[in-house]
Ligand binder design. Structure first.
Ligand code: PLP
Length: 425
């Protein structure tokens, strides 16, 4: 792969910070090294001395004074080494990415830690996109992605999708606008990337099938574009075996995958990961060096201690219990939807994630219904339009999350929604 097409001038101009390199060197070196180099503060002056964090099983994670000093100090921009190596092992076990066995000359698989997957997504877009570039995605999509993409001045092209994700035939048709023989020529306008949420899409709850992923990957090869696989709901799949990922199919090194611990360990700790070919991950790390410098060392150490204690098996057991919680929530929402909304709306059963995407019958646009009338009746939902590329376009959908409310509250909310829809019809 020639990645130069996927690195814009701003990203290409990024240079490694000499100070950051020294910080990383210092962390790797022996205790006898005397460093007068780093501009790090002296942790002895910090007011925090130790910490003990209780876990649900009654045990605790302890930060003694030594560990606490490290937690309070600057650390390496790609992430702390222990967390990175744990995560690389996990990625290999879960996805067996072909790029993991590439030689260093062939753009091996690399990872970095980000402050939530949002940071990784935003930095990936800012690395690749120039104003006017064509970008493919299946809207309605995550509003945080639209918020990161739109200011970059790219031309966002909507690819038709359904409850099983992007429709490959429709993608092929969209791409037929460009001639295959122009791919790779300078100044061609072939899209540089396709963005998708492959599991439990936010807001649609859609999950892409393996077959469709294979076809989309083939098109990415034909037209030489990158795939950004934004998969924060991967661990919230309700059926096993989990669906193979784009990363698992990536024989070229054209997939950038973002993972998140927000839905399974904590959203507030802000831990995400970007996995992809080394030349691109290196560019993202240079951007991190110049912006956040690194994700919180304390957060990374806390989670690493937990993961090391659990091992992969313990981690996956925890995921099982999280999935069971969301399955019950989803089923409760589906049964309330059946009870109250059957004649006024339609939906499909989400196979992953935490959202039900409801199409209200007989209403062209749900904005007023939700933002004015539903608020008065004390029920909060998201009008579907905010997930469209052009949010002012009328949209008959609403997004309902089954993550936080109790089954009784969900039932009441849908009873109120039904009354509102009936009034508006
Ligand atoms: N991508 C999708 C599809 C999301 O739904 C979210 C959050 O809701 C994110 C990315 C960002 O997640 P975080 O930055 O918390 O990892």
């Amino acid at each position: 792969m020639n990645y130069s097409r996927f690195i814009n001038a701003v990203s290409a101009a990024r240079k490694a910070s000499p100070i950051r390199i020294l910080t990383e060197l210092q962390q790797r070196s022996s205790p006898s090294l005397i460093s007068l180099a780093a501009g790090a503060p002296n942790a002895d002056t910090f007011p925090f001395k130790s910490a003990s964090i209780s876990l649900e099983n009654g045990s605790s994670i302890d930060f003694d004074e030594v560990l606490m000093k490290r937690a309070l100090q600057y650390s390496a921009s790609p992430g702390i080494p222990e967390l990175l190596s744990w995560m690389k092992d996990l990625q290999k076990s879960l996805h067996n990415p072909p790029t993991a066995s590439f030689s260093p000359e062939r753009s091996q698989l690399e990872m970095c830690v980000t402050t939530g997957s949002q940071e990784g997504l935003c930095k990936a877009f800012e690395m690749i996109i120039n104003p006017g570039d064509n970008v493919l995605l299946d809207a309605p999509t995550y509003s945080g992605t639209l918020a990161a993409l739109k200011p970059l001045g790219c031309n966002i092209i909507n690819v038709p999708s359904d409850e099983y994700g992007i429709i490959p035939k429709a993608l092929r048709e969209t791409l037929s606008h460009w001639r295959l023989e122009d791919v790779g020529k300078p100044n061609n306008t072939v899209p540089k990337l396709l963005y998708t949420i492959p599991n439990g899409g936010n807001p649609t709850g859609a999950s892409m099938t393996t077959e469709r992923k294979r076809e989309v990957y083939q098109l990415a090869q034909d037209y030489d574009f990158l795939i950004i696989e934004d998969d924060p709901y991967y661990f919230l799949q309700f059926e096993k075996p989990w669906v193979p990922t784009f990363l698992s199919m990536d024989v070229d090194g054209r997939v950038i995958r973002t993972d998140s611990f927000s839905k399974i360990l904590s959203a507030g700790l802000r831990l995400g990961f970007v996995t992809g070919p080394k030349p691109l991950i290196d560019r993202i790390v240079l951007h991190i060096q110049a912006s956040t410098m690194h994700t919180s060392t304390f957060t990374q150490l806390l989670v690493t201690q937990l993961l090391q204690r659990w091992g992969q098996e313990g981690f996956l057991n925890h995921i099982d219990s999280v999935v069971e919680f969301y399955r019950k929530q989803r089923d409760a929402m589906l049964s309330s939807a059946d009870k109250w909304l059957q004649d006024v709306a339609e939906w499909h059963m989400p196979a992953a994630g935490m959202f039900l995407w409801i199409k209200v019958k007989g209403i062209q646009d749900t904005h007023k219904l939700i933002m004015e009338k539903a608020l008065e009746k004390e029920v909060l939902l998201v009008p579907g339009g905010v997930f469209n590329i052009d949010s002012s376009e009328p949209c008959p959908y609403v997004r309902a999350a089954f993550s936080l409310s109790s089954p009784e509250q969900i039932d009441q909310a849908f009873q109120r929604l039904r009354a509102l829809i009936k009034e508006s019809m």
